[in-house]
Design a protein around this ligand. Structure first.
Ligand SMILES: CSCCC(=O)C(=O)COP(=O)(O)O
Ligand SMILES: [Mg+2]
Length: 228
């Protein structure tokens, strides 16, 4: 019998709509990125991620303006760059704190997270968004502060979401065996990687997406259909 003790969830397309991330968060950060780098670019934590972005692009020396243009291009390409995600997270903080938006959640998500916690399951997040951005997302969610629901957060500093080794690191970090962990995502390649690492998987196909007749992973249209 399968005993699930921990659930690791993706955010975009899983707990929350792709449109909130693409149409609200990304444009907010894109619009403010040049001014943010201008005013905060000398702070060590910002400098660190600017250097990381340059390193990722294989650039040895670049003017700050070139890095900014590259980051804007990466935003448009939805590149899952750890450096870009770290910088976006810093910019989103202002928007959350000013009440410009709250993080979207599908309607059943908050109640289901509460129910799973009540059943003693340990909950974690694994998203391409940086860990600070994930904390902000759930702190300023439409359903209020959900950060007490989560025991930990993982981002691409743990590894790319399409590589089995990332999931091996996560189960090690949370002190579970993979067969006791369920990973939820909307992206089949992420689920393939998690399964290759021995985790159980749940594929979120939110309406109006169609559920294939023979899905590659157990498929759900809502968290309410999942019975861990
Ligand atoms: C933490 S909110 C922003 C999410 C984000 O930047 C992103 O790329 C979403 O990726 P996910 O891995 O959650 O699908
Ligand atoms: Mg996703």
């Amino acid at each position: 019998m399968t005993v699930i003790r921990a659930i690791v969830t993706d955010i975009e397309g899983t707990t929350s709509s792709i449109s909130f991330v693409k149409d609200v968060l990304f444009p907010y950060a894109r619009h403010r990125l040049p001014a943010f780098i201008e005013t905060h670019g000398d702070q060590p934590h910002v400098q660190h991620w600017l250097h990381e972005a340059a390193r990722e692009a294989g650039i040895i020396e670049a003017a700050r303006q070139e890095i900014v243009e590259m980051l804007l291009r990466w935003t448009d390409e939805d590149r899952k760059s750890t450096a870009l995600k770290a910088l976006q997270g810093m910019i989103w903080q202002e928007g959350y704190e000013a009440g410009e938006y709250r993080a979207h959640l599908y309607p059943e998500v908050a109640a289901r997270l509460h129910a799973w916690r009540g059943e003693g399951l340990h909950l974690y997040v694994y998203s391409s968004g940086s860990v600070p951005a994930q904390r902000l997302f759930f702190r300023y969610s439409e359903a209020g502060d959900l950060t007490p629901m989560f025991a930990g957060y993982f981002d691409t500093q743990t590894g790319p979401k399409r590589e089995p080794a990332s999931y091996e690191r996560i189960v090690d970090a949370i002190g579970e065996r993979p067969e006791h962990v369920l990973f939820l995502s909307d992206v089949v390649e992420e689920l393939d990687a998690a399964r290759a690492a021995g985790l159980h998987t749940g594929w979120l196909l939110r309406p109006p997406l169609d559920v294939p007749a023979q899905p590659r992973h157990p498929a759900y249209t809502s968290f309410d259909a999942i019975e861990p």
